[in-house]
Design a protein around this ligand. Structure first.
Ligand code: NAD
Length: 363
């Protein structure tokens, strides 16, 4: 059997980490047919849009995609391709596991946290009004009328949106994931003491959904308390479920706990579509240098194998990556705090493939 997968190399360092990941996935001997799809800067040049319809059609058809990071211009140019893709395919759950691997120098030994980030609402809903535009002026006067609040005339707005349906499906996703993966606890994260409307709704819904999962422990925590506790004792957390912006920030914090972005994989999931991509961005300053760590994308590939039901291949690939980190020889610059010479992206792929083959020979 062969799996048809949409492959989006992305831009910046995307093509390099994608190539390395494709190599190690193919070395597991699971069969793939790759549907290459160009999105981001390359697509903008060719198609006049960074997210051509054929890319979305390919993902809809194949239901599974492996994606490299894509650059988002700051303050000008196209809005984020990543956010647009998640919204247009309704990939409402962003799954970001953060786990310590052997041999990686971190202050923590036993971190195994899964961040479940809501992906479509909150401050990322894209409802924004720039100061002095007719819409912003209208909104300012409406706010004066209905809320009697003092809003300065030169205000811009980014609306934080939370719906009952949106909160309910992400919290259910977190509990279902906990059940399916033998996890023990879900922590719902919020700032409902201040944001009574939006985060208040998120918290109410989370408490309600939790009642349907007596087999899983539930707690809620204010975002600032969570950050402090994560840094002090991360091992006390299991699954975190959060609104979009907190999820974005906390998943990078968790990546920091386990050795950095080079080891943080991810997936964006809807009801029947899944796009696997690392947490990190396109790091344009390192593009084309065969320098960056491909392990976050490789571990996203491990998640993809599990999603496809190829659990054994996923375990083998994860063990091979862990064997490379444990050995400490073939690591990129980000995992070399001792200043011993780092290797490049493609050498990491070769080292992982060697470990896969060693295991096969020993079997
Ligand atoms: P970034 O993650 O690209 O890079 C931040 C820093 O992290 C880099 O300078 C580098 O030091 C380190 N880093 C990142 N990936 C690494 C890797 N694989 N190995 C080793 N070190 C690594 O974040 P940024 O600089 O804020 O964003 C760059 C661009 O990427 C922006 O345009 C941003 O919008 C975009 N972005 C895209 C995605 C996505 O495609 N899903 C996610 C985040 C950011």
């Amino acid at each position: 059997m062969s799996y048809r997968i949409t492959l989006i190399p992305g831009d910046g360092i995307g093509p390099e980490v994608t190539k390395a990941t494709k190599r190690v996935l193919e070395a597991t001997e699971v069969k793939f047919q790759w549907d290459l799809a160009v999105a981001g800067e390359g697509a903008q040049d060719i198609f006049g849009t960074p997210l051509p319809d054929y890319v979305l059609d390919s993902i809809r058809r194949n239901k599974v995609a492996l994606k490299g990071p894509i650059t988002t211009p700051v303050g000008h140019g196209f809005r984020s391709v990543n956010v647009a893709m998640r919204q247009r395919l309704d990939l409402y759950a962003c799954l970001r596991p953060c786990k310590t691997y052997p041999g990686i120098a971190t202050p923590y030994e036993k971190v195994d946290v899964v961040v479940v980030r809501e992906n479509t609402e909150d401050l990322y809903a894209g409802i924004e009004f720039v100061r002095r535009t007719p819409e912003a002026v209208k909104l300012t006067s409406l706010m004066h009328e209905i809320a009697r609040d003092k809003i300065r005339k030169d205000s811009s707005f980014s609306l934080k949106v939370a719906s009952e349906a949106g909160a309910s499906r992400i919290v259910k996703f977190a509990f279902e994931y906990a059940r399916a993966n033998n996890r023990k606890k879900v922590t719902a994260v919020h700032k409902a003491n201040i944001l009574k409307a939006s985060d208040g709704l998120f918290l109410d819904v989370a408490r309600e959904v939790a009642k349907g999962y007596h087999d899983i422990q539930f707690e809620d925590m204010i975002i600032d308390t969570l950050c402090m506790r994560l840094v002090r004792r991360p091992e006390q957390f299991d699954i975190l479920v959060l609104p979009n912006l907190y999820g974005d920030i906390v998943s990078e914090l968790c990546a920091g706990l386990i050795g950095g972005l080079g080891l943080a994989p991810g997936a964006n999931m809807g009801d029947d579509i899944a796009v696997f991509e690392p947490t990190h961005g396109s790091a344009p300053k390192y593009a084309g240098q065969d320098k960056v760590n491909p392990m976050a994308m490789m571990l996203s590939g491990v998640m993809m194998l599990r999603h496809l039901g190829e659990g054994k291949a996923a375990d083998r690939l994860e063990r091979a990556i862990a064997a490379v980190t444990a050995e400490g020889k073939n690591l990129t610059y980000d995992l070399k705090p001792d200043n011993s010479p780092p290797v490049g992206t493609s050498r990491v792929a070769e080292a992982v493939i060697e470990k896969l083959q060693n295991e096969e020979d020993a079997a």
